[in-house]
Design a protein. Sequence first.
Length: 291
Amino acid sequence: MSRPNPKPPTIQRRRLAAELRLLRERARLTLEDVAQRLGWSVAKISRIETAVVGISAKDLSRLLDLYEVTGERRTALLSKSRTARTKGWWDAYAEFVPSDYIDYIEVEAQLAGMRCYDAHVIHGLMQTESYAREVIRAGVMGLSSPAEIERRVEVRMTRQQVLTREDKPLRFWTVIAEPALMWMVGSPKIMAEQYEKLRELASLDNVTLQILPVSAGAHPGTTGAFHILEFPSPHEPDVVYVETMTANRYVESHVEIYRYSLAFDHLRAMALSPASSLEYLAQAAEKVMNS
């Protein structure tokens, strides 16, 4: 009888593992050196650095002592260990949504900023409940029950609290391709409400919304939507998140992240200004209600 595949490490664990490996190398220590000084096995350290297993706060503290990590960086690394063991509101929905989506929500809740290019649908953090329900229902293609769809809608609505939380709300910058605003999702009423919600959110100090008009022509976002995730610590590089129909991908290569960042800069430069984008939404709401 074959054994079930273990759950892959979360992005948080992979990033912490990579940082610990980098710190060891900067300290000019081998795996054998660390094992000898801490009384651990080489295999244990290797498993931690490859994210095969997690690390306790106590063991992490000992490693940071050995690597002489102090100040803000030490605090940030220890915080990662604590966060990895803290349950969030999303855990209550683990039965209804895929585990990799739960992992993403946990990451999203910790972000300082996000830059997005949304090619086909409005970003989940900006959707109305009715719009989200229509998008989710279409996406599951009859493979989920109405009750499961409602739970997913609840998750999407709850995620949006990162934009309005009192303690450091998420800095959110979205460039929305005009075709994403032209799909008739549900009904004219649903679309009009969605346009209005976009205008309301765009009025927040931490939110920037721009629309990329079809008249802009060829652009570097033709391969689809992407999200650039920005973490609170200056020691944590950005990560790019890309969704597909069957899987999600985190891009962590510095070269690839640079290309996505460059693409976003081109897209925002080609898009309407934030003020002109608000005017577009007001006109779109009026037009759809009169159609």
